[in-house]
Design a protein around this ligand. Structure first.
Ligand code: NAP
Length: 266
């Protein structure tokens, strides 16, 4: 099995990576070849750090390999293992047939006014905000029909697994990752006698499409960890991605348990 690792840039994650490499090399249950980015395509990518590190890993290696997260902080939404469980993890790797959990993504088409089209995707979310502190103005179309004109700080289009991240901070719903859907959530919309938005999050199924017609000359676009200022964007079209990110589950860790651990349990 060809394995690549992606690390958070801190001493503890580097230490855990070193310990893991030694355990993989010493393992009698399986033969592992550690590959570097740019060499051969790995079968499995191990992310050592936080959920943010996992986001970095999936953008580095894409949809072909499977992923396992080892969290060097608390247990994450994308990470199953803690550093004190490395022996158990290496044993499971050599002896357990993993369950493959496939997480939907958000697929986006960003169209600029000069006619260029940029294809992008996110595992957590697409975020748009005005590039300055003034109001973002966006006409929202759903499946080609005008829905509303949004005025406010920004809009988030999240995947189910991204629903526990930025989307949750703006009171979006938490969506189980087995549901193929995208969620549109508002960031600080203006709602008064003059301007009106739905002011609730919307969850759309796989075959639906959101088109955001941008009125501002310059906006910020965030896609997971990547962010940048874009000029002259005409429209952004989002739908459930055709590709999914595949997680190899070597032990059972139900999604709702992760939600409870992260947000409810002390
Ligand atoms: P960061 O600002 O360093 O960390 C953001 C936090 O979000 C971290 O605690 C991270 O967990 C957590 N996180 C990432 N994906 C998550 C998920 N699917 N469910 C629950 N929590 C999640 O940024 P980052 O590490 O580069 O992560 C990028 C993400 O930050 C974006 O995709 C966005 O969702 C999120 N974000 C949230 C807000 C907000 O809540 N107001 C604002 C901006 C961005 P770890 O500590 O395990 O890495």
């Amino acid at each position: 099995m060809k394995i690549a690792t992606v690390l958070r840039n801190d001493d503890y994650s580097r230490e855990v990576n070193e310990a893991l490499r030694q355990k993989l090399a010493a393992s009698e249950a399986g033969t592992y070849q550690l590959v570097e980015h740019g060499d051969e395509q790995p079968d499995l990518v191990l992310s050592i750090g936080g959920d943010g590190t996992l986001l970095e890993a999936v953008h580095q290696y894409g949809f072909q390999p499977t992923y396992v997260g080892i969290h060097t902080g608390h247990l994450g939404f994308y990470a199953d293992w803690r550093p004190d469980e490395l022996d158990e993890f290496v044993r499971a790797l050599g002896s357990v047939e993993p369950l493959i959990a496939e997480y939907p993504t958000v697929q986006c088409r960003i169209q600029t006014k000069d006619g260029q089209i940029h294809h992008k995707w996110a595992l957590n979310e697409l975020v748009i905000r005005n590039a300055t502190l003034s109001t973002l103005v966006v006409c929202v179309f759903i499946n080609g029909d005008e829905f509303e004109t949004f005025r406010g700080d920004g809009l988030i289009v999240s995947s189910p697994s991204g629903s526990t991240a930025y989307n949750k901070a703006v009171n979006g719903a938490i969506v189980h990752p087995s549901l193929e859907a995208i969620q549109l959530s508002e960031i600080a919309s203006i709602n008064n006698q003059t301007y009106r938005t739905l002011n609730s999050s919307l969850v759309l199924p796989k075959h639906h499409e959101i088109e955001l017609i941008v009125m501002n000359p310059e906006i910020m676009i965030g896609l997971d960890r990547e962010q940048g200022v874009w000029r002259d964007v005409r429209a952004i079209v989002c739908r459930v991605g055709t590709d999914k990110v595949r997680f190899a589950r070597y032990k059972r860790l139900p999604f709702w348990g992760r939600v409870r651990n992260a947000f409810i349990k002390d």
